[in-house]
Design a protein around this ligand. Structure first.
Ligand SMILES: [Zn+2]
Length: 549
């Protein structure tokens, strides 16, 4: 029943067209898509952009029948060069400068990951993490796996230890002169005398960030572990010669990157715009591919940021700022849709504290209806919808609108199954009921943490500011209402509604009367039907509200 979608229209199809043309021109047999990240702490939402982009590109390549390998490298040999604010300095100060995979993992309770959002299996994984790099990498992997990303994971230190980097290390150490010229020409950077693109893990103190290689004799490098080489770590002063092979150290970042491409056979790797600026690390890496490693420069997709805003997010426990927390805001397919629907060259500016989440659901639903042939519209949305189906596309023909779910579930008198059956004009089938349930769970998160007050119809925990402006007459009415509620505790809501109406007519009139109820409980002038709202409000809360005014 899925409609044929014009593929050339979607940006991902255009990117893949470009890759295939480039593949043909460069005579490349097999495509290998890759992306990488240093796991130096809790991974932020921004890093999801690259992961999703590369996974979607690999997905479309496979759709076209092209065999595409897809990997994600964790640069776990990088040294710890800064301490995340949530980690204890007394514990980690001694590890500054060590490669991340050699640093012990922090205590789970103190690692900065919100464990309340971690499933049982995920928690097991975090418990089993062997080192600092793994615990944060695992946390990030959980986040992107939940959005359907299927990259194979590569640990950089294993690549070094396997010996697969050895010939490239030799080549790099033998190519100091051409490298010097590349640094000068591309980055306008003058390298010091005795420069070598390699750092040793000091065999005495275990640090890598503090070592400087000063010579290379074709078999061993001469190095010093300098006390004051960097501000963030102190070296031990050890000087020695060591073989640079088999994981005793690593290439410097700007050489490490193209060396990974060469060792792994990577030929498609996009870079965030911070790396893609003129004279930046991407330009350097490209020049090294051509002049040192002699491989075709991988196809680049210079992608834009994702910005996450919202005051609520940064102040309260950082909800939404870490990749894991972000992925808990929507069902997997809707989260994936956010990335599939936005062109890589466009900034994603996402503020959960606005209507961004309901708007995203609306776009997703629209994409679904176009894909199902229920509606005419932008076929790119339909294509993004199809690419977002991480599990099998659900066989439903109706999606309950998210903002209605969020609103109606706050009305104590509304039965959502009935309400949506009215909208659909037929009862919801089993899958649609399950989907409604799922949306209710995400609506709960939205209402609890982000929804603008217009959408929050539940009694507030504190006396609303707005209730302080109640008139004398309204206060008097509320006193009468309290008596009525005490007397008519067991009344059915419809009958109670009638009695409140009668009472209001005898005193200040229905409009100011009902307004006073909403101001008292919700801080706004309108709301769900008053009797249902009052009966759904906890007695304790109701009692203290009446006393407060
Ligand atoms: Zn040392």
């Amino acid at each position: 029943m899925q409609k044929q979608i014009a593929q050339s229209k979607h940006w991902l199809d255009k990117v893949v067209d470009g890759i295939l043309k480039w593949q043909e021109k460069n005579n490349i047999v097999q495509l290998h898509v890759d992306d990488m990240k240093t796991p130096s702490g809790r991974v932020h939402t921004g890093a999801l952009r690259g992961v999703l982009l590369h996974d979607l590109v690999a997905q479309v390549l496979r759709e076209r029948g092209v065999i595409a390998e897809s990997t994600y490298v964790f640069n776990d040999m990088d040294p710890m060069d800064g301490l995340p604010s949530y980690l204890e300095e007394s514990v980690f100060a001694e590890h500054m400068g060590k490669p991340l995979y050699k640093i012990p993992k922090p205590d789970l309770e103190k690692c900065g990951i919100d464990l309340s959002r971690v499933s049982v299996e995920e928690l097991e994984d975090l418990k089993n993490a062997k080192n600092f790099a793994e615990i944060y990498a695992f946390d990030f992997i959980h986040a992107f796996r939940s959005l359907g990303c299927s990259q194979e994971i590569v640990w950089s230190h294993e690549l070094y230890e396997s010996g697969k980097m050895d010939e490239l290390i030799r080549l790099a150490l033998n190519s100091v002169e051409p490298m010097r010229k590349i640094y000068q020409d591309v980055a306008k950077y003058q390298l010091p005398e005795n420069w070598y693109p390699f750092q040793v893990i000091c065999p005495v103190c275990g640090k890598l960030g503090t070592t400087l290689v000063t010579d290379w004799d074709g078999k061993e490098v001469t190095f010093e572990c300098q006390e004051n080489k960097v501000a963030w770590a102190k070296g031990c002063g050890h000087k020695a010669k060591i073989s640079p092979f088999g994981g005793t150290g690593k290439l410097l970042w700007k050489v490490d990157w193209p060396a990974h491409w060469t060792a792994m056979g990577v030929n498609v790797e996009g870079a965030g715009k911070d790396h893609s600026s003129a004279g930046g690390s991407r330009d350097m890496a490209n020049a090294e591919c051509e002049q040192v490693f002699k491989i075709p420069v991988p196809f680049n997709i210079p992608y834009e940021w994702i910005l996450i805003r919202g005051a609520k997010m940064s102040s309260s426990k950082g909800v939404g700022t870490s990749a894991r927390e972000f992925t808990k805001l929507f069902p997997p397919a809707v989260g994936r849709f956010l990335f599939a629907s936005r062109n890589y060259a466009q900034v994603i500016d996402f503020d959960p504290a606005t209507m961004a989440i309901p708007d995203l659901f609306d776009e997703y639903d629209q994409g679904a209806r176009i894909a199902w042939g229920q509606e005419e519209g932008d076929e790119r949305l339909a294509r993004a919808f199809v690419l977002s189906q991480v599990a099998q596309a659900q066989q439903v023909s109706f999606l309950p609108r998210f903002r209605d779910v969020a609103l109606w579930m706050q009305y104590p008198d509304k039965d959502l199954l009935e309400e949506f059956a009215k909208v659909k004009n037929a009862p919801l089938n089993e899958l649609e009921q399950a989907l409604l349930k799922e949306r209710m769970a995400y609506a709960e998160i939205w209402l609890e943490n982000y929804a603008p007050t217009d959408y929050q119809l539940r009694p507030r925990a504190e006396l609303p500011e707005e209730a302080k402006n109640l008139s004398e007459q309204q206060r008097a009415f509320l006193k009468e209402l309290q008596v009525l509620l005490d007397e008519k505790k067991d009344l059915a809501p419809a009958d109670l509604q009638q009695q409140i109406f009668e009472l209001s007519k005898k005193s200040i009139g229905p409009r100011p009367a009902f307004e006073s109820i909403y101001l008292l409980l919700l801080g706004k002038k309108a709301g769900p039907r008053a009797a249902w709202l009052l009966q759904a409000t906890a007695l304790e809360l109701l009692k203290s509200r009446f006393e407060e005014i």
